[in-house]
Design a protein around this ligand. Structure first.
Ligand SMILES: Nc1nc2c(c(=O)[nH]1)N[C@@H](CN(C=O)c1ccc(C(=O)N[C@@H](CCC(=O)O)C(=O)O)cc1)CN2
Length: 288
């Protein structure tokens, strides 16, 4: 392997059984791979095993292609679901937003600072107000208005843009439209939303009004994969911030912006770094 070969990530999961860690780690060692990161978890209730390895391939005796081919045999022997992501491979992330700018701005800032290792081929919005911020970053901006009386037309246009830009992942950065089932299906496990509440509290629209009316002492945000069932998808990341009786609804909205932005950007980074493994409606997140 060439010295410049960046690390690769190997993610595996399967029904739990004795010897899985030994089997995967010795497979890597026998080919000269060096474990840079290694994490595993067994969900004893579901009897399911999860493992994530970051491997330095500099001293490997075989090519990545040969490694893949051989690992597939091992994976079949253990009934493993797996994928290998070569280092330096940047996912193409399309961001969708509506009127609010804070989550989009935070992602663009962290992307420009190389904190988010991805390409952003374009941004899609159903409003025009974010165009200048997006184009200042040198990113194409697509305005796709949503006519309440003809939503299928809007989402057909969205689907076409996503396809033409080869989107690997789609992020809803406070995109305030319900995504149709077909799009949820096409991008299952790679369509990420930030919901502005600490789910499962206050699902749906206007969570801050609901929180204010309830008199909560904490508000929060939840980054989750999008499914057809509104705000019910597997949770990737969450956080909260304290509020008091003196905070009116607008104060909750203001306090919420920072936690929404940080939770979405952290959740996206975990996804891009292949730290999130999904099983049913739950996730295992091997944090940095
Ligand atoms: N299929 C899914 N779509 C979306 C999800 C999801 O989990 N599954 N998450 C939302 C989340 N969301 C805010 O976080 C949200 C919830 C409800 C609505 C909504 O009722 N929108 C109206 C239109 C409102 C408007 O025009 O301003 C609607 O779509 O009829 C929006 C966002 C994002 N989508």
């Amino acid at each position: 392997m060439s010295d410049a070969t960046p690390n690769f990530t190997l993610v595996t999961s399967c029904a739990d059984q004795i010897g899985l860690v030994a089997a995967v780690s010795s497979f890597i060692a026998e080919r000269g791979g060096c474990l840079v990161e290694s994490a595993n978890h067994t969900d004893v209730h579901q009897g399911w095993f999860f493992m994530r390895n970051v491997v330095n391939a500099d001293a490997m005796s075989c090519s990545i292609e040969a490694f893949r081919e051989d690992f597939d045999s091992l994976a079949q022997r253990y009934g493993m679901q797996w994928y290998l992501r070569p280092g330096g491979e940047k996912q193409r992330v399309v961001i969708m937003a509506s009127h609010a700018s804070h989550c989009l701005a935070d992602i663009l800032y962290r992307w420009q600072a190389d904190e988010l290792q991805c390409d952003i081929p374009c941004v899609i919005s159903n409003h025009e107000n974010l165009r200048s911020m997006v184009e200042w970053h040198g990113i194409p901006f697509h305005h796709v208005p949503v006519d309440p009386d003809d939503k299928p037309a809007a989402f057909a246009a969205v689907e076409d843009i996503l396809e033409r830009h080869g989107a690997d992942c789609v992020v809803l950065a406070r995109y305030m439209q319900i995504i149709p089932p077909s799009l949820c299906e096409t991008y299952v496990g790679r369509l990420i939303n930030i919901h502005h509440s600490f789910l499962p509290s206050f699902i749906g629209a206007n969570p801050y009004q609901k929180a204010f009316d309830r008199g909560v002492k904490l508000i929060g945000a939840t980054c989750h994969y999008v499914t057809e069932d509104l705000d019910q998808g597997p949770i990737i990341e969450q956080d909260v911030v304290r509020v008091t009786h003196s905070s009116n609804k607008d104060e909750l909205v203001r306090l919420g912006r920072d936690v929404e932005s940080s939770v979405l950007s952290r959740g996206l980074r975990y996804h891009l770094e292949d730290r999130v493994l999904v099983r049913g409606n739950k996730t295992v997140v091997f944090n940095a």
